[in-house]
Every structure is written in C-alpha cells, then in structure tokens.
Design a protein. Structure first.
Length: 94
C-alpha cells in the first residue's frame, strides 16, 4: 500500500493520476480493465471507503461515502482536477 503523496508524485513519470474511492471492498472488473488498457498513459489507484485509509481520503476530498467517486489529478496534487461521482441509473421498462 502506497501513501497518497508517493502515489501522486508525478515527477517520476509525468502521468495523470486517477483514484477510485468506493464503499466496496474491491474495485470492479471494469475499473481493472480500463486501468490495464490505459496503463501507458494514466496511473490508476483504488481505495475502499470501508478501510481507514479510504475514510481519510473521503474526508480530505469531501466525497460522498455511499457513492463511488473517481478523482483525477494532473500537476496539482493537493486538489483534484476532476471529481466524478459514479451513479448507477436503472431504467425499468414495463
């Protein structure tokens, strides 16, 4: 497990960083697939909000504890460039 500061250090490869914060204990297969497909361009990370480290990140970046969120960091590691809340919308057709 890496610390947030070492994960966000872009000096080593100059790639954007993406962190998924979710209440689930592990990341989804879709997240792993996207991370693998873009591994040459973006560095991906994951933190479960059920763990203490994920809870610290949730409070630091003020994300909802019940909704998965994706944080995108570029040069400025103190503030995410983009925060996306992942909402599942289910349409029922009768």
């Amino acid at each position: 497990m890496r610390s947030l500061d070492s994960f966000l250090a872009v000096e080593q490869d100059n790639k954007p960083r993406v962190i998924l914060l979710t209440p689930k204990p592990s990341a989804s297969l879709l997240y792993y697939t996207v991370a693998f497909a873009y591994r040459n361009y973006v560095v991906f990370g994951y933190a479960s909000l059920a763990e203490s480290s994920g809870e610290k990140l949730r409070r630091k970046y003020k994300v909802d504890e019940k909704v998965p969120s994706v944080l995108v960091f570029k040069e400025e590691k103190a503030v995410p460039e983009l925060v996306v809340k992942v909402l599942l919308v289910i349409f029922m057709i009768q």
